[in-house]
Design a protein around this ligand. Sequence first.
Ligand code: DAH
Length: 340
Amino acid sequence: MSDLAALEQRASAELAACADEAALRAWNTRYFGNNGEMLAALKAIGGIPKEERKTYGQEANRIKEALTNAYEQKLAEVKERALSASLTSNPLDVTLPGRPVPRGRLHVATQVMRQITAVFADMGFQVYRSREVESDEMNFELLNMPPHHPARDMWDTFHTTIPGVILRTHTSPGQIHVMREQCPNPIRVILPGMCYRYEAITTRSEIQFQQVEGLVIGERVTMADLKGTITAFARRLFGQERHIRFRSSYFPFTEPSIEVDIDWPKDDPNADRLTKGTGWLEIMGAGMVHPVVLRNGGYDPAKFTGFAFGMGPQRITMLKHAIDDIRQFWGNDLRFLRQF
Ligand code: DAH
């Protein structure tokens, strides 16, 4: 019995001396762990002479209970104290604004492509995608450029090792794909996508660039529809104050053919270089679909007419944001890309 009293006294004194959680846990192991003293005292009950056993057992259990309660109370106190210490030493201001999560964004080429698509979508155009690796037949022949046609010189071409297989030099071959798929239904589509040309890289031209082709086919489609559509598009994208200009031109797949220019802001110091002193930058070629092309697509030119256009969204982006070098688009310089 006196052993129990001594145990209680020692354990209580040591418990009182514990200053932190680690010390408390060590105390707990010492008394209540597998080899703990308190546990040993409880196990000893069986060996106590019968007449003393009941009193010893009761006393041992009382001490166990008392020590456990004291331990838990002390543990809670210590934790509470540690928490308030950490709150005051390193105050947490939950009203501070959070740290911004770095966010990615769409490439400026993608942004403009989506704007263009949205404008045409409002005018009832559907988006049609067609392949970037093309046959010579689709890219040239069916667009009214037989082999050795001099107009082919307008497109310096990347050839593959397979004869007759090339990287498309423009999105125009998509016209043939759509016509053959849709004939004899009317068509109103745009065909966005990447094109490739074997050209010297300058501030105005790249070997890889996007185009947006447009194709409208139906009965009684006229040049007036073409001009109206393009004017509406340009005004939506650039605002009413920008001027557009139609110039007559030549493309083998349209007759008549035009080119569309847009005026470059006169106060831009780069205006002269970019517009070759004219104040105008070409944004697209266009025209009435040539009867040969209509026929190659399956449409009867006696019954159907259509217009087509092809524009370079990078050129358009340069106009919108006064960018003076087309090479910036695929240069992956974040200082450039972050501006949009
Ligand atoms: N495919 C021409 C080019 O890449 C652009 C073009 C001109 C497309 C006139 C057309 C068009 O659809 O009618 O230079």
